[in-house]
Ligand binder design. Structure first.
Ligand code: CP
Length: 307
């Protein structure tokens, strides 16, 4: 297994590296009891710095670190010395001085990681827990794991990503991963207001019409409308219009293959991008994604930190 220094973008990985991480994630999922991994990262300290809200990613990294025997230091930005003007680099340098080796960072800043990777110590690892609308690599990896568990091969699949794609780091990382895995058909479905720059999705096609886009899909990934990233003047589309036309409801799901799976990275806005019936229905693998998130984050932490 090739060691990674940082974990920031799925596009930096090869297919072999992704396969190895997915295999290791499956190994963690299939091993019982989980305590046998308690020594893998014992004596390792990991810091968690979230500058944007999170439930799933922050909690699952903590669970993953604990299952591997590592200590997690949680820096709450609002109660930290960042509020007194300390830069993130100074925060990292101080924690490095205490022996922290890995930093799990969520940021809304698109210009944070690239300077940081050159400024931190040679034995310090940076792991992205979500970077603005650019990248969410562990989410992309857990999405790939979920698809691989449910479907035979990526090559023959039609994967539809539907919703607010222009603001979505989840869509970008998943599309990067699907391209590396040679997925046959990746279709982005959204109104023009949420259509991304297609140069970020070189192997995907875009479809405005959900009926055409969803036809014969094997996998549907519904995305949240990111109200917090939309300037009030940016979109002329109301949430009511959006949900009338694009909500993943039972009638839209019926356009997909009968064995299609429904995914959503969370948090869900029920009744806007997805109906209760579909979110909780028998084709939904949304909570399976969450379970997979712990295993994938265990795999990433082990791959980076295991001696
Ligand atoms: N999927 C995801 O990133 O969820 P959180 O924002 O709750 O971490």
């Amino acid at each position: 297994m090739i060691r990674l220094k940082n974990f920031l973008y799925l596009k930096d990985l090869s297919k072999n590296q992704i396969d190895e991480l997915l295999n290791l994630s499956d190994h963690y999922l299939n091993s019982n009891p989980p305590h046998e991994f308690q020594n893998l990262l014992s004596n390792q300290s990991i810091a968690s710095l979230f500058f944007e809200p999170s439930t799933r990613t922050s909690a699952s990294f903590q669970v993953a670190a604990k299952r591997l025997g590592a200590e997690t230091i949680i820096i709450d930005e609002k109660k930290s010395s960042a509020t007194k003007g300390e830069t993130i680099l100074d925060t990292i340098r101080n924690l490095e001085a205490m022996g922290v080796k890995a930093f799990i960072i969520r940021t809304g800043d698109t210009n944070l990681f690239n300077p940081l990777i050159n400024d931190v110590g040679p034995n310090t690892h940076l792991i992205s827990a979500g970077e603005s609308s650019i990248s969410h690599p562990t989410q992309g990896l857990l999405d790939l794991l979920t698809i691989r568990q449910e479907k035979d091969s990526f090559e023959d699949l039609k994967v539809v990503i539907m919703g607010d794609i222009s603001h979505s780091r989840v869509a970008r990382s998943l599309a990067e991963g699907l391209e590396i895995m040679n997925t046959g058909n990746v279709t982005l479905v959204s109104p023009v207001e949420f259509k991304p720059e297609m140069s970020s999705f070189p192997n995907a096609k875009h479809e405005n019409d959900p009926k055409k886009g969803l036809s014969d899909a094997d996998v549907i990934v519904a995305l949240r409308v990111q109200k917090e990233r939309i300037e009030s003047t940016e979109s002329s589309l109301s949430l009511e219009q959006y949900s009338n036309e694009y909500q993943l409801s039972e009638d839209k799901l019926a356009l997909c293959k009968p064995n299609a799976i429904v995914m959503h990275p969370g948090p869900m806005n029920r009744g806007i991008e997805i109906s209760d019936q579909v979110a909780d229905g028998k084709q939904s693998v949304i909570l399976k994604q969450v379970e997979n998130g712990v295993a994938v984050r265990m795999a990433v932490l082990t791959q980076i930190l295991k001696q």
